[in-house]
Every structure is written in C-alpha cells, then in structure tokens.
Design a protein around this ligand. Structure first.
Ligand SMILES: Nc1ncnc2c1ncn2[C@@H]1O[C@H](COP(=O)(O)OP(=O)(O)O)[C@@H](O)[C@H]1O
Ligand SMILES: [Mg+2]
Length: 264
C-alpha cells in the first residue's frame, strides 16, 4: 500500500475512534472536525507503525486541553499509551514559557508547531530521566513530532485511575510514597514536576505513578523553586483533605531533606 493510502486508512480508523465508532462523514468533514488527526499527527503514528512500535490505535482514555491519550497495541500484542499533543488548540504561549530558559532547549522558538514538538520531546526526556533514576513514571518508548509513546499503566481491565478518582485505603502511606517519588525526582533526576496534583498521580497496585511531565523543569531552571513550592502546596492540600496532617512547608522540607544542594 502506498503511504498516501495507508495514511488515509489510518485517518479513517482514527476518525472512527473519535466518533465513538460511528465513523462516516466526508473526508472534508473529517479534516475540519477532527483537529486531532492533522497530517503531522497521522505522519507520526504512521512512523511508529513503520518502526514496529504501534500496530493499531485503540480508544482514547483521555481527551484533555493540550493532549489526547490513546491506548495502542504493539505488533507483539502489548498495550501501550500514545499521547498526542494538539497542534491546534494548545496554549502555545504558556508552553513556550516553560521551554524557554531550559538549557536543553536553547534558542527561542517562534513557530507554534516547533514549540509543540519540543514539548513532546521534553516530556520524553523528562520521563526517561525520571525512569532511569528509579522514579515511578511510565517508561517512555519513543517520540516523534507531537506524538509520544510510553508504557501503559493499568491492568487488562482498566487504566490506572488518577488518585482523585479512588478512595485510598491508607492515605498516609500513599502520601509517604508520593514524597519518596518526588524526592527521587528532585534529588536524583534533578527535575521539578511543575504540575503535580491529584490529576497527575496514578494509582497502580496501591502505589503512586507520576505522569504528565511535559512541563517538568530542571532543578537549576530559574522558575524551578516557584514550581516546587506550588507542587508542595498542591500535595499538602490534597492529602490534608484526606486527613493526613501535613503542610506545604513540611512537604518541601521532606523533599529537600535528601538534597545535597539547597534550591534557592
Ligand atoms: N501511561 C499512562 N497509562 C495510563 N493512563 C495514562 C497514561 N498517561 C496518561 N494517562 C491518562 O490520561 C490522562 C491525561 O494524561 P496526561 O499525561 O496527564 O495529559 P494532560 O496533559 O491531558 O493532562 C491521565 O490523567 C491518565 O488518566
Ligand atoms: Mg494531566
């Protein structure tokens, strides 16, 4: 099959997922309505298929403001996750701000598409750094343009829930595990998550898995302290609500306890 034909077939299959199996519609409709499946996205998925990373794309498990997350099946039959950053509706300025000042992404990017691509690349690199340092995160597999492939966190029956969606049996122990994870992230991977909340912590076998690391920043980035403080506030607020006695200051102290250098 020619690439053009294959892409068209892929577009149709993905459109079907997007319309909950209804499919139909003209190519034009698919084009205008299905902003997710722009040419670049199809291209990226096609590339994953060629590389043997993805065989088929299954249903979406999350459609957010900046990204859509799909289950995909590898040629070996394993389930993985494909996160697709929207090239159309993303808050491009907000994103650009996080990338600027990161030594790994020199220079200003004025092209929106380039910024989104850098964002996917950044999440891949952050996940890899975190994973290599033992932080519980989904293992990243590959990225291309605005698409990121990573380990699926969940069981055959269902994706691991966000912590806000479950009733924890032992909030204190879970909280301690979150502190350990964030501590490793800071002191070993030298990253600050930057968007830590009950939305971005999954529960796998009763333990936390940190996700959504596109905005994570190197510890030495100028805004790292501010983001760390916000993360600490979010974690303290959420676990306070679950009856854990803590404060943003305590969370921060515990996270920094293993640090060699002080974040100032
Ligand atoms: N690797 C994964 N395994 C299972 N579920 C995931 C995975 N990555 C993301 N999800 C689900 O998709 C949602 C959105 O993913 P996230 O990376 O947080 O993107 P967003 O920027 O849209 O918040 C998550 O809250 C989670 O429910
Ligand atoms: Mg999220």
């Amino acid at each position: 099959m020619t690439k053009e034909k294959k892409l068209e077939e892929l577009e149709r299959a993905l459109w079907k997922i997007h319309t909950d199996g209804r499919g139909g519609g003209t190519r034009e409709e698919r084009k205008t309505e299905s902003e997710v499946w722009d040419r670049q996205t199809l291209d990226a998925i096609y590339r994953f298929m060629k590389k043997g990373i993805v065989d088929t794309v299954e249903h979406p498990i999350s459609t957010g403001k900046e990204a859509n997350v799909f289950l995909a099946i590898t040629p070996k039959g394993e389930t993985i996750v494909v996160k697709i950053y929207r090239t159309s509706t993303a808050d491009f300025r907000g994103i650009e701000e996080y990338i600027m000042g990161d030594p790994r992404f020199p220079g200003r990017r004025s092209n929106k598409r380039q910024v989104i691509y850098a964002w996917a690349r950044k999440e891949f690199l952050n996940l890899r750094l975190a994973h290599n340092n033992g932080v519980p995160v989904p293992k990243p597999i590959d990225f291309y343009k605005n698409v990121l492939a990573m380990e699926y966190v969940g069981t055959e029956e269902m994706a691991a829930p966000e912590v806000r969606q479950v009733k924890l049996e032992d909030p204190q122990t879970f909280f301690d595990q979150v502190i350990d994870a964030v501590s490793l992230l800071l002191n070993k991977a030298h990253l600050v998550h930057g968007d830590l909340s009950e939305y971005n912590i999954l529960v796998r076998d009763g333990s936390p898995v940190l996700i959504d690391m596109g905005q994570a920043m190197m510890e030495r980035h100028g805004r790292a302290k501010e983001l760390l403080d916000r993360d600490c506030r979010n974690v303290a607020r959420y676990f306070n609500r679950l009856g854990v006695e803590t404060s943003p200051e305590e969370v921060r102290e515990r996270i920094l306890a293993d640090s060699d250098e002080e974040l100032e």
